[in-house]
Design a protein around this ligand. Structure first.
Ligand code: ATP
Ligand code: LTN
Length: 327
């Protein structure tokens, strides 16, 4: 069975857009692969983080992903910072990576321009990512297009290491998601729903209360017509609500158009709000069971035990091949 590996950076709240666009496809993939899913907390600290906030967010992220259907029996779930062999492997890889290669990464070039006082970690970020991927011989790495270059760098680093020290790493491939449905901001439906949006009224997060969800959907921007019809260009607000509803239920665009042919926008919004509330209530129920439970710790303990062993073996193999040994 092929190995699939994904890292999730714990930044911001998880939105309904992230759920529909990223988590649901991940839940589907877990059936086909041996999957490694980890919280990339060491990647989060390349920029300044409030320690208390980061700590809370890490736990929240893991609990939410599991509540959304990432199955601990089908995935190895762990916290990156608990595997001390990952940064150790990263250092060994740093020493076989050229400065030129690392400084050519688009994300580094862009982010280092935004703030003159950037950390060295911003430069070595992709090499830590290479360690994340290479230690367990992952075959496939599902990432957004912005991370494709980093997976390709991991592949280049692996290939060079193999040439220098003999076959050590599998060469990973990025798995780029097809452009799926983009959920739009409820207040400004020409823009995608995004966790960094300043106005919270257009964004539904997975832990919004029933009242908040209803309020946000009932006040979503629509248009001055009265027909419920899918037309992303001329009726982006209504079409976005239809996309949300279709993504979370068995409805289709056609069934919605038929069902609401003679109904008001108000009726339609109530229906969409009900679909969202029902879906998120289920997720939240599981989330609140998990968040302070020993079950969550047991899942992470099991995950780290397995990955630490795998990473240790890879680290030993690397140090031996590189001459870092007394025997
Ligand atoms: P930011 O506000 O920092 O840009 P974001 O909420 O837009 O964050 P990302 O962190 O860029 O989300 O993306 C995480 C994943 O969620 C990606 O796979 C992306 O395709 C998906 N995603 C994000 N927003 C949406 C959306 N509105 N609709 C569908 N998928 C989305
Ligand atoms: N850089 C990624 C998070 C990440 C990752 C990884 C993804 C860290 N290590 C390994 C895939 C594989 C991001 O910013 N989303």
């Amino acid at each position: 069975m092929q190995k699939l590996l994904t890292g999730l950076k714990p930044t911001g709240e998880i939105t309904l857009g992230n759920y529909i666009g990223a988590i649901v496809p991940m839940v589907e993939l877990q059936e086909e692969y041996e999957s490694y899913i980890f919280i990339a907390d060491m990647h989060a600290i390349t920029v300044n983080q409030d320690p208390m906030e980061l700590k809370n967010r890490i736990r929240k992220f893991i609990a939410l992903y599991i509540a959304c259907g990432i199955d601990p029996n089908k995935n190895i779930i762990y916290l990156q910072s608990e595997n001390e062999y990952i940064p150790a492997i990263s250092w060994l890889l740093e020493c076989t990576t050229y400065y030129g290669e690392a400084s050519r990464m688009i994300q580094f070039k862009e982010k280092s321009k935004q703030n003159a006082n950037f950390s060295v970690g911003l430069l070595t970020y992709p090499i830590l990512m290479a360690a994340d991927i290479l230690y367990c011989d992952a075959d496939l790495v599902p990432v957004g297009i912005d991370q494709k270059q980093h997976v390709e760098l991991a592949r280049d680093i692996a290939s060079r290491f193999n040439k220098m020290y003999n076959e050590t790493f599998k060469l990973p491939k990025p798995l780029i998601k097809e452009e799926g449905i983009k959920i739009k901001d409820l207040k400004n439906p020409t823009k995608k729903m995004s966790k960094s949006e300043a106005n919270p009224n257009g964004v539904i997060t997975l832990l919004d209360t029933k009242e908040q969800i209803i309020k946000k959907i009932m006040s979503a921007t629509t248009d001055s017509e009265k027909v419920i019809k899918y037309d992303m260009e001329n009726k982006p607000g209504i079409s976005n609500l239809m996309n949300i509803c279709v993504s979370l239920s068995n409805e289709t665009i056609e069934s919605l158009e038929k069902k609401f042919a003679k109904k008001s926008y108000q009726d339609f919004k109530k229906y969409v709000a009900d679909v969202v509330v029902k879906k998120l209530e289920k997720i939240q129920k599981r989330y609140y069971e998990l968040i302070n439970s020993q079950e969550l710790d047991a899942i992470l303990d099991k995950g780290i035990e397995k990955t630490r062993q795998i990473a240790k073996e890879k680290y030993m193999e690397m140090t031996n091949k590189m001459g870092l040994t007394r025997k």
